[in-house]
Structure formats: C-alpha cells, structure tokens
Ligand binder design. Structure first.
Ligand code: HEM
Length: 406
C-alpha cells in the first residue's frame, strides 16, 4: 500500500462549478489523471476526494465506510461554511449505517419497488397531462418551472406519501430554504420545524384513519413511533423533491440546448411513447448528475482503496458528476448522447444508500418529457442559455426559471 503524497486540493475547489452542465473543471482533470487525491475539508481535516466510477462504487458499497453524520468532516452550509453537528434522530436513516439503516430502509423499499412504481404510472401520466394543460392555458412564452416542473414533482411526491395538497407548500418551503443562498441557518431550521410538525400531525391522523399511501402504511406499524415515521417521511421528502425537480429541469435544459438530441427524443416518443425513452432518461440522468456535492463516507478502520491507505476516521468525498463522466466507463463521457448505454451511471448513488425513490424519479422524468415533447411542438428555449438562472453551487443543482416558447 502506498501513501498519497501530492498536494491536496481544497474543499471549495471541488465545489466550484461554473457551468450548468459540466462539473468543475478540476474534477474533469482528476478523473483522468489522479482519481484519488487528498482534499482539505472545511474544518481542516485532511481527507480524500474520489472521482472515478470504480472508486465511487467501491467507497459507496464498502461496509468499511460509514455514512453516520458525526463521523464526517464535510458538512458545510450552502455557502461552504462549517455546518453545526446534527444529532441522529430516531428514523433518520439516511445518516445511519446497517443494521439500524436496514431496518428503516426495508420498510420503505416496498413503497418504491418496481411493482409499486408501476402502479403509480397512470396517475403520474394524469398529473403530467394536467400540468401540460396549465402550460397551454398560460400560452407561449412560459416559465416551465412554476407551471410544470415544480408542481408535477411536488404533486407526485405528496400523493405517493399521502400529504394533502393543502399543506404541501409547508414541505416545498423546506426544500426552498435549504437551497436558497439568501436563507440563513435559523430560517432553514424554522422551515424544518414547520414541516416536521405538519407531517407529525398527518401521522397522528393516519394512526386513526389510514389512507392507501406511504403515511397510512407506516402508521399501521405498531413498532414505529410517530417520531420515527415523521423523520423517515421528512427524509424521503427532503431527498426526493429537490432532486426530482432539479433532475427534470436540468434534463429539459440539456435537451433544449442540444437540438439534435431533442429531435431524437421526439422521434422515440412518437414511436414508443414514454416507455420508448427509458434508455434516454438514463443518459439525461448521467449527463446532468444533479446530486453533485456532499456525497461522503468515513473510514471505520484503516482500509485500502486503489492501493492507497485510507486511515480510520478519514472522510472520502465521492464526486458523482465526475464518476458519471469517467472515460473508462462511458464512450461519450462529456457530451449528451441519447444513443449511448448510460445504464451504469451513478446519478442515484450506489450501495445500501442508493436512492430509494429512483424508479419513481425515472417514471416522473419519462412521463414529463413525453407529455412536453408530444404536447408542445416547437418547444425551444426563449432566452439564451446564459440567461437561464441556475444555482451551480448547491448540493442539488437547481434551475430557478426555465423560460420556453412553443
Ligand atoms: C432524479 C431524481 C433523483 C436523484 C438524482 C436522486 C439522487 C439520490 C442520490 C445520489 C442518493 C444517495 C445519497 C448518498 O449516497 O449519500 C439518494 C438517496 C435517497 N433518495 Fe434520491 N434522488 C432522486 C429522487 C428521489 C425521489 C423521487 C425520492 C423519493 C421518493 C428519493 C428518495 C431518496 C432517499 C430516501 C434517499 C436516501 C436513501 C438511504 O439513505 O438509504 N430520491 N438519492
């Protein structure tokens, strides 16, 4: 085993995205030259950054690495400042390791299985059609974010979970406060508390009268406390909404910027409908890789990674956007090529914490893109790409407005 000796890069350097589609330049270089490098974290910790597809999979699937929040040195605020340590709450499975993680995760896996997701398909298509009607009512030009992308992502997630539409804005406010640079930590916490109490109230009601939804089914489990269920729901919402909205907006932006690829998608939809574009959705997920920062794990003991010694307690950040552009894995790593097989992408992570809602996310993307390209002939960006506001430095890449004409 060797010890890495080259100069470390700084945490903020890997965070420095400057273009809506491409990861920070430094990541593109590292994946080709030095896929495992030393990185200095915001608290001064000397850890690691992994950029290749192989290393990303190895770290994310290894039991030698922990996802427990208090083991990491990476947590930073939207502005890159150190984040105060957060206690792990009952049901807060995203920051747990097996077996505690497994218990909660297995209660949710069935809710998002292939069969369960298939059952959601007709309703997702209906919701996409309803939002398309709103877009048409508005007329061209139109901002697709408030008329289509955001309401569709929110309505699908709320219906699946069992959150009535009347209270859904409490949940989207939470997501907004987490990504808006202008919102401070205190306001973010307040939005979290409001969302928590809203969900806690719904769980209490579901204990008495159960709906045919995720909240209803979790509330039927006498072994789960209200607090555990609420925290599980909070995680599903927080992890799901911003990612779904960001992925759909970024996929559309990428298509609208690549006319030939948009034409290819149109033809595939014409020939096979939503199910005819499954492979294309994978390529869009790979290319846009919206979960761009803050995927990290910490070594529980000394461990070897690609022949290098990672010492116990050292944090490794995995750069998913770089791994998804690894030339060793993808034939067209840096371009958008809807014809290539991108099924090995890591946009949903990998290993035990891989996205639990990934089938639902794929379904939403396929149905949404199908509705838009078949329902809005002539769909095109209404402003130059440079004028589309995109938050480049948030953990989930977020497009703020998507002005189009049709
Ligand atoms: C295209 C949209 C989405 C993308 C790109 C995405 C991406 C990801 C990624 C990269 C992770 C792994 C995080 C890590 O390893 O640290 C993750 C985890 C997770 N995602 Fe998603 N996600 C999407 C949509 C959704 C949806 C719709 C849901 C809910 C229905 C969801 C729920 C979750 C949950 C609960 C986790 C944590 C799983 C665990 O810790 O076991 N995601 N997602």
């Amino acid at each position: 085993m060797t010890e890495e000796i080259s100069a470390p890069i700084s945490y903020l350097e890997h965070w420095d995205r400057t273009a809506p589609f491409d990861p920070p330049t430094v990541l593109g270089e590292l994946v080709r030259t030095r896929p495992l490098v030393r990185m200095v974290y915001p608290d001064g910790h000397l850890g690691w950054l992994a950029t290749s597809h192989d290393l990303a999979r190895e770290v994310l699937s290894s039991q030698a690495f922990s996802h427990r929040f208090h083991t990491t040195h990476a947590p930073v605020t939207k502005k890159g400042e150190l984040f105060p340590s957060v206690p792990i709450v009952p049901g807060g499975f995203i920051h747990m390791d097996p077996p505690a993680h497994t218990r909660y995760r297995s209660l949710l896996s069935g809710e998002f299985s292939a069969r369960a997701t298939q059952a959601y398909a007709p309703r997702v298509a209906e919701l996409a059609a309803e939002q398309l009607a709103r877009v048409r009512e508005h007329g061209s030009p139109v901002d697709l974010l408030p008329t289509f992308i955001r309401p569709l992502s929110l309505r699908v997630l709320c219906e699946v979970l069992g959150v009535p539409s009347a209270g859904s804005s409490v949940l989207s406010d939470l997501s907004d406060s987490a990504t808006d640079d202008e919102v401070g930590l205190d306001a973010e916490r307040e939005a979290g508390t409001r969302a928590y109490h809203h969900l806690l109230d719904l769980v209490g009601k579901a204990r008495v009268e159960r709906g045919p939804d995720v909240i209803g089914r979790l509330a039927a489990d006498p072994e789960l406390t209200d607090r555990e269920i609420t925290n599980m729901l909070l995680i599903v919402f927080a992890a799901g909404f911003a990612s779904c909205e960001g992925a759909l907006a970024s996929a559309l932006l990428a298509l609208l910027h690549h006319d030939d690829q948009l034409d290819a998608l149109r033809s595939a939809v014409r020939d096979g409908g939503a199910s005819g574009i499954d492979g294309m959705v994978e390529e869009l997920l790979r290319y846009t890789s919206v979960n761009q920062f803050q995927i990290f794990r910490t070594a529980l003991s000394d461990v070897e990674l690609a022949g290098t010694l990672i010492r116990e307690g050292e944090t490794v950040t995995v750069a998913l956007p770089a791994a998804n552009r690894d030339p060793a894995k993808f034939g067209c790593p840096d371009g958008l090529d809807l014809g290539q097989d991108a099924s090995a992408h890591l946009a949903f992570g990998y290993g035990v914490h891989a996205c639990v809602g990934q089938r639902l996310a794929r379904l939403v993307l396929a149905q949404a893109l199908t509705a838009l390209v078949s329902g809005l002939p002539g769909l095109a960006l209404d402003v130059p790409l440079a004028q589309v506001p995109v938050r480049l430095k948030t953990p989930v890449l977020s497009v703020l407005r998507l002005p189009v004409r049709y």
